[in-house]
Design a binder for this molecule. Sequence first.
Ligand code: ADP
Ligand code: ZN
Length: 606
Amino acid sequence: MSTESREILKRVFGYSSFRGDQEAIVDAAVEGRDSLVVMPTGGGKSLCYQIPSLLRDGTGLVVSPLIALMQDQVAALKELGIAAEFLNSSQDPDEQRAIIGRLQRRELDLLYMAPERLVGQGTRALLRDSPIALIAIDEAHCVSQWGHDFRRDYLELNELGRLFPGVPRMALTATATERTREEIVERLELRDPGTYVAPFDRANIRYTVQAKTDARRQLLGFLKSHRGHAGIVYCLSRKKTESTAEWLNNEGFNALPYHAGLDTGVRSENQRRFLAEDGLIVVATIAFGMGIDKPDVRFVAHLDLPKSMESYYQETGRAGRDGEPADAWMVYGLQDVVRLRQMLDESDADDAYKRHERQKLDALLGWCEVTGCRRAPLLAYFGDRLAEDCGNCDGCLVPAETWDGTEAAQKLLSAVYRTGQRFGAAHVVDVLLGKTTDKVVQHGHAELSVFGIGQDLDAKTWRSVVRQLIVGNFIRADAERYGAIVLTEDSRALLRGERSVRFRKEPKAPGRSSRRVTVVSTSIRAEDQDLWEALRECRQRLAAEHAVPPYVIFHDKTLAEMIAVKPRNAAELLEISGIGQAKLERYGDEFLAVLHGSEAAESANR
Ligand code: ADP
Ligand code: ZN
């Protein structure tokens, strides 16, 4: 059995080995057993049900809540020569009838549908008379009433077990908490399912977080290593997405804005272009990204803080789904913290909710200030462990230096106390630096004992001290009083000298990521640059002809491998990752022609 699934992996998908538990999951389904599959985004969930659907008798049914994703997946499968279709409300009755006809004639390998479709009486009756190979339930966490993606229709999917006895069911999700897992098994009534939980880690994503000094300049520095790459830049406000996109265009990047306030037509056009064109940057609010499945997003940059670790992980998870190196890069500053807390305080939510959300924000802030490996605490937050430091985050690559900040902290806490816990960080820092501003004069703060005691440090360092003391919960910015800094319980021990603190040194120049060596394996040597462009042009042309995004033709990785290997004929092309039989037949000649000039390709084929 394994040999059969491996043969399909190679022949149809063009891959030479399974990843992680994929093979065991495929085997379980082929043998007719239920399973629960928990894999991070980009882990390779789809193969787990696609291959058994090809191996077992009948059609594989895939329940998926996102109509846009369905269309993309089906288009990609057709490119692989797989008989796949979807049923949803966007089709007229004739189209639907034609698809159901093919289902009944056993002509379909895979059929995607939305959950509300599957629970409808009419569809069920039809399906009962059709041979079903397996039922895959994607985004299975949607059954969880506690989760943020709850969908009522998913609750009715439990009946599938009774309606199709003997048909294996596979529930798949990227949401890993223990509780959600149990809920899925229980509510979907999976029968003694094999459970496969892949490591939560996205090892190919490099995490970098910097203090915000000059966000745009820092972003430019970061983008140097991502020329021509597709990426997402997240901002908090709609206005900022537009101004940032415009500025990026002026800087020579190809950038488009995306937010919920854009005209629907413009919005979907921008999303379409992001998928269809190479190397586009979308500057977006968090409204962007749901239901896009672009595998070659090379970076996700945050110009503003997300609101929790969960949001951060989800948003950055959109990078590098193809498993190739990708960057998650973020700048954050005190302003973000104050603003997010303020937004929270001003919302109409109840107190318990606000407290909960504040804790989530604090967890994220604490993580931003981490001094060692960044990945370890990130995974720990989600209940996963990392055996050793990852070597692929800023903490590992450019270890932060720390300094003993006890005395500085005491000075700052004293200044907060002496000025009456009524002022924001900027004023407190002015007092420490001994600046006679209007405000200082107005409140008589030049007479205080703390006035000017902080001249050993500069304003930037003091702001960093404030930020780290907030994260450490020694002070807090009181949103009800316009961000006034107030002391917390924990500050006492510090003030009394009963405990010490260490702060992380801020990097001297912004954009330290630009110093590092890029290890993007798809990066192309200078002498191959022309060939690379020619291959990408060929891909873009074929993509337009077939009305699919370029990555559906071939991933960057496949093109890069072509350059490295220079395959001379069909057999050698088949050795390259991502080239299976169908794609070889469809595109092989075109790419050989680009690689060797058209005559060489013809003679190789003879
Ligand atoms: P998920 O649904 O878990 O987010 P996908 O199924 O979309 O992930 O897979 C992510 C990417 O990894 C896809 O581009 C897919 O072709 C690729 N992939 C999956 N399994 C393998 C494998 N065994 N070898 C190489 N590439 C793989
Ligand atoms: Zn690390």
